[in-house]
Design a protein around this ligand. Sequence first.
Ligand code: FAD
Length: 300
Amino acid sequence: MGYAVTIFEALHVTGGVLSYGIPEFRLPKSIVQKEIEALKGTGVEIISNTVIGKTLSVDDLLNSGGYKAVFIGSGAGLPKFMNIPGENLNGVYSANEFLTRINLMKAYLDGSTTPIHHGKKVAVVGGGNVAMDAARCARRLGAEVTIIYRRTEKELPARAEEVEHAKEEGIVFLFLTNPVSIAGNEKRWVTSITCEKMKLGEPDASGRARPEPIVGSETVIESDCVIMALGTSPNPLISSTTAGLDIQKWGGIITDEQDGKTSREGVYAGGDAVTGAATVILAMGAGKRAAEAIDAYITE
Ligand SMILES: Cc1cc2nc3c(=O)[nH]c(=O)nc-3n(C[C@H](O)[C@H](O)[C@H](O)COP(=O)(O)OP(=O)(O)OC[C@H]3O[C@@H](n4cnc5c(N)ncnc54)[C@H](O)[C@@H]3O)c2cc1C
């Protein structure tokens, strides 16, 4: 539409989860790079290594920055943990950290300045698409990998094809199993994960059968690396530094569904920052609808 547009990105590389989360074998980074180059070719300026909410605030952009409108597309990158004993041991990662070290920092290459702990027996906790990606990455780095999920295969939230691919690669699934603690050695490196067996009870608030622990069913699974893939929520950095920006209890920015308008004049939002972890196509759609609304706002 002819506007001067600047993207401020916290990391040194743009592309969001497409660059640092989704593994190369599912989405080659050269494709993402081509899209970014095409965007730059239209005149969009990208300023990386800039954390909005720390380096600059949304108000800085609107006031001294001279921007007429701001679109927040900061994703949902804050990982959830179980808060069980031992979760802070060495060798325990969030799936985000594990995948970022591999995809963005190329930690699997000899001589990489960002190391990754090459576990031989890796336990991945969770059953979504991110758990499948983390498990397949660990497997391709040479580990025996077990996915630990507290419900049954029927309730797995991951796409069926992702589960099938994980199985084809030799990943083992432990269903109706839930971690209760993680143990480590004297140097605080993880050595095992203790889990209890579960049974399915009445449906919970999500409509899915509630997993309930079976008393006295604890088993110890040897593991030298544990990856927590339990979901993510929006990072509160921008919402906590932008006065008057209304958010949901779980951190999602509240917007008008049609055009991404937030409670702050001239501030729009979309993608995972609004919906919580969702899909690429939904995020792209939200960006396009917000761009039209921003044009209308500026020209009205
Ligand atoms: C491992 C994994 C696999 C996935 N696989 C698929 C898939 O196969 N298909 C699919 O459709 N979806 C998939 N998804 C979901 C999809 O990637 C997301 O829904 C989508 O990327 C959301 O786009 P977004 O632009 O809202 O956020 P993001 O892609 O998360 O981008 C947000 C960007 O904002 C930056 N940022 C955050 N905070 C700040 C700040 N304060 N200042 C400046 N910059 C900031 C981040 O660094 C990031 O670059 C997957 C997600 C993960 C984690």
